[in-house]
Design a protein around this ligand. Sequence first.
Ligand code: HEM
Length: 405
Amino acid sequence: MSAAAHAEDVFDAFNRAQGMGSVADPYPRFAALRRETPVREAPMAEFTPYGAPGSTVWAALSFDAVATVLRDGAAFSSAGYARTMGIVMGHSILEMDEPEHHRHRALLREPFTLGAMRRWETTIVRPVIEAHVERFRRDGRTDLVRALTFPFPVEVIARMIGIPEPEHALFHRLAVELISIAFDPPRGLAASAALRELFARCLAEKRARPQDDLLSHLAQAELDATRLGDEEIFAFLRLLAPAGAETTYRTSSNLLCGLLTHPEQLALVKRDPAWLPRAIEEGLRWDPPLTSIQRTTTRELEIAGVRLPAGTPVQVVLGAANRDEARWEEPDRFDVTRPARAHAAFAFGPHTCLGKHLARLETRALLECLFERLPGLRLDPDAGEVSVTGLTFRAPLALPVVWDA
Ligand code: HEM
């Protein structure tokens, strides 16, 4: 089996373990819980498939409660990730609190600024998307998930990091295997070690011959005489696989699902690309790739009238915040024309998504390329129902489409 096909199989197993294909729509439950009270104890199984049977968790569900938790990094710690994702990623910024987090993030920021995006857009993002679309453009039909939205973001990350072309298939497979830690720990750990080896090989090469890529940047990044150690570089690069590739695959798939199942909105965005940025934000609001993240209280505190002791794990339900009826009218409706308001998909506060400019750029470039090269793009009328599914991680399993080739 080719590395690409293997990656698809492992990913399929991951998606199904996440409830994709079986959990159709967690939003009515999120809404019912949120309406009772914005912060509450609830069964873990409402938010993630991985809780111990019968276990409960405190959850922040309203937009205001979610924003309050995320903006206060001193009261709500991210260190709990060390016991979950940290096992395979290493000590990355995801699990750091201040001041360590700020110091590290400052060293990583430059390649993710809006200015840097202009460079990545022409050298990497557009060429990668166009090459993928060219492979099926004359076929007249495809599954956009398998042919495009699943493989392209990992290719973008591989090139940004500076992994040599012949190693891209290996990187893709390992990136997918890394996140199988939740249901197949030995596979996740083996992938973590193999990624370290791959990155170490590449880093040695970049130290000898620096280029215009992330690895060369990280090898040289320095702030107040602080440099990133090799293990810190590897942890950050491991984080980019799920943080950068998987989320973008889900985001672009969910937005495409929204547009393809609402042809009048698809037509509007195609006719007038000025709607594109609004459509991207609406896709992220309506069905974010990740419906919840975790924090732990560092001291006894009160939030939304609830007292929580120090050390309480809190499920921060971004998906519930994004459908809060106190903030959006008819929040379950996908509507690219709704007034723009900040949503919670990229989180807030110190850990706000570092790659949000890149994620938006990738999604915009993808839609522009599809509109330009696949005229008459629409859902395959012979395919069954298409919808976004999953509990914590959400995306459509397939996007069967046809166009006028
Ligand atoms: C549309 C797609 C994306 C969404 C919805 C998204 C969402 C998020 C969220 C919710 C967090 C906060 C996690 C937490 O604190 O628990 C986060 C953090 C992060 N994201 Fe993204 N992300 C996306 C794409 C990307 C991309 C493309 C990259 C980079 C290539 C990226 C890199 C990161 C990194 C490095 C962090 C950790 C930041 C920190 O801890 O300070 N993300 N993302």
